[in-house]
Design a protein around this ligand. Structure first.
Ligand code: FES
Length: 102
């Protein structure tokens, strides 16, 4: 496991979800209620980029077929999504966001 610097908190200005890459993996970063979370970047249904979706009350809505995932846990909320998202540890130090990826 390796920690990667992937964003600054300022990058979330006006946008609660960001697309990033670390260790060769696509990630989606979220800022929800002041906390930062990281999940895999592509939807488990058909691979849409989650960073192009909408954050709604702690959930990410996939832009392709509107599947919903709970952001902190990655848990799929039912059809059309049935497989959970991978989630990654996050830490914030002096405004910089780090994610731990295998
Ligand atoms: Fe995300 Fe279909 S690709 S719900």
């Amino acid at each position: 496991m390796t920690w990667y610097p992937v964003a600054d908190l300022a990058d979330f200005e006006g946008r609660p979800v960001l697309a990033r890459e670390a260790g060769g993996q696509a990630l989606a970063l979220y800022r929800v209620d002041g906390a930062v979370h990281a999940t895999q970047g592509r939807c488990t249904h058909a691979g849409a980029l989650l960073a192009e979706g909408e954050v709604v009350e702690g959930y990410i809505e996939c832009p392709a077929h509107y599947g919903l995932f709970e952001i902190p846990t990655g848990r799929a909320q039912g059809g059309p999504v049935c497989r959970d998202l991978a989630v990654y540890p996050v830490r914030v130090e002096e405004g910089r966001v780090w994610v731990e990826v295998v």
